[in-house]
Design a protein around this ligand. Structure first.
Ligand SMILES: [Zn+2]
Length: 302
């Protein structure tokens, strides 16, 4: 994908979100810091990509654990100014575990502080380009995207991926509005002149029209049948945990799910399955999708 030379995307597996490094004579900026467990790797990638230049600023598209999990480590290494979406500020300032969904989903992140906030409509000068912060509610109600009209680049976070978008948590938690917010965000994107999307996960892509079509179709399907979103969400979360831990004992799955309230709540709200049936469904479906293999009583990340 053709990106201007001052923009570097540090991409690894799906688990840790992309880090976008924007070089600038006035100081480099990093957008998103990846997953907490990968902080050491993030620092190495960053050090290499910076080539000895200082990091002036760290910005988050939103404050989910896989986007801000490395913030504290990056701050320690570079002492950089840190800017987060204004709507995320109360939860980050208070390190509110419930709002950050850490314990709830079995995630971890190291506490960090921020220096200032960014609101939708704000304009940022990064890498010799002007970027507008755009509201991207849906997956995260307070998320922002960053758009450069001159470079025709959208840094989309989890609002649009090449084949979908991030889970719509608000709907999973029984609050309405998540579907309509997601639709509004996709419509915002569809009105932009975009050559390249730099997503939060996966490689940058240029086929924006096709990706939007996929996203709208998926959203339509979820709205028709929210249980579809629920099933998808639980499988994504379990496979995310498997990727972190490498493997989980099948016999330990009841306790694993019980310790993460999201599974029971989403099941009660949408799926109404007896617990054993839910476990069987998750394991079988992830196995069929190639996300895990069953080996000697272990679920192994594939
Ligand atoms: Zn996210």
């Amino acid at each position: 994908m053709n990106l201007p030379p001052q923009i570097r995307v540090l991409e690894r597996g799906w688990l840790s979100s992309n880090n976008v490094l924007v070089h600038d004579s006035a100081g480099c900026t990093l957008i998103d810091s990846g997953y907490h467990a990968h902080a050491a790797q993030t620092l190495l990638l960053l050090q290499h990509a910076l080539g000895g230049k200082p990091l002036a600023r760290l910005i988050n598209t939103h404050c989910h654990s896989d986007h801000m999990g490395g913030n504290a480590a990056v701050q320690r290494a570079y002492g950089c100014r840190t800017s987060i979406p204004v709507g995320e500020a109360p939860a980050i300032a208070a390190w509110d575990d419930a709002t950050l969904m850490l314990g709830y989903t079995g995630q971890s992140a190291e506490r960090f502080s921020y220096d200032d906030t960014i609101a939708a409509g704000d304009r940022l000068q990064l890498g010799g380009l002007e970027w507008e912060a755009l509201a991207a509610p849906g997956h995260d109600m307070h998320a922002l995207m960053f758009y450069s009209g001159a470079a025709r680049i959208l840094i989309s976070g989890d609002a649009l991926w090449e084949n979908g978008f991030g889970l719509i948590f608000q709907e999973l938690f029984g609050q309405t509005g998540g579907f309509s917010d997601t639709r509004a965000t996709l419509e915002t994107i569809s009105r932009l002149d975009i050559a390249t999307v730099i997503p939060g996960h996966g490689a940058p892509f240029g086929s924006v029209g096709r990706s939007l079509q996929t996203a709208f179709q998926r959203l339509d399907a979820y709205e028709r049948d929210p249980a579809k979103l629920a099933r998808h969400a639980l499988k994504v979360m379990l496979s995310f945990s498997l990727m972190i831990q490498g493997r989980l004992a099948l016999a330990g799955l009841p306790q694993f799910l019980a310790e993460r309230p999201v599974y029971g709540e989403v099941n009660r709200r949408f799926l109404h399955l007896p617990e054993a049936e839910l476990r069987e469904y998750l394991v079988r479906d992830l196995e069929r999708a190639g996300a895990l293999k069953l080996v000697d009583g272990w679920m192994v990340a594939a």
